[in-house]
Design a protein around this ligand. Sequence first.
Ligand code: URA
Length: 281
Amino acid sequence: MQFPQALETVLEALERMRDQNAQHPSASRATLARLKETKPAEAVASNVPQTPFREPIEANRPCLEPRKIDVSQHQNATKSDQLSAINERVCACVKCPNLASSRTQTVFGIGNPEADLMFVGEAPGADEDAQGEPFVGRAGQLLTKIIKAMGFAREDVYIANILKCRPDTPGSAYGNRPPTPREMETCRPYLMEQIETIQPKVIVALGAVAVEGLLGTRAPMRELRGQWNEFNGTPLMITYHPAYLLRNQAPKEKRKVWEDMMQVLERLEKPISEKQRNYFL
Ligand code: URA
């Protein structure tokens, strides 16, 4: 393990202890003696090659578009280059050790880097973890249907999640669990960077977790959905997560999502056909 990652691991452990109200981190005499012998962090860090940390999860963690581009100094870097550079860091991220060790791969986001419309969901599920792409399972197929009914192709919009890793489900072979507030807080900066890069005209938050991750708001979805909010100056529409519509097949619930999407089309100044107005998902 290289020094910055080792340091990050130690800091994570200390933060966990703080969260658990531990008063005194303990270390053996031998450990303390070895720590005293360690070179100052700056000196060691300056010797570290500028490549992202790769072990121990490299083998089963293919990146989407794995390209090594340092775009931080390039004002003319395309949005695609910028997203690739963020993805590089996401692929190497081990800030949530439990998620980093349980994931098959990170799930960054997919779609048009120049998209006017961006959808934000909760976190990858088993299908997304396996394929490395958000919203490819059953809920994803319904989202794709919604996107098409709006007159877009999946490739026209951008789709991402609050979390880039599948929440681990120890002891359970299948199923999903919601992200913890701490996981959301840890992963949020990556999503912020994605949004700042893409600069969509409208963001759609899919479900309560997306709302909490983006706006920090917790409330019943029946009160939140259908409302315009703002995320750092970008209009944000809240609607139900497609998984909710899979659980609740009532036409009136599906119609609500469609009405929310028509508000989005109006905001994007896209014409809405008569067929679209009468559409039920
Ligand atoms: N649910 C989500 O919120 N995101 C996905 O990528 C898949 C299912």
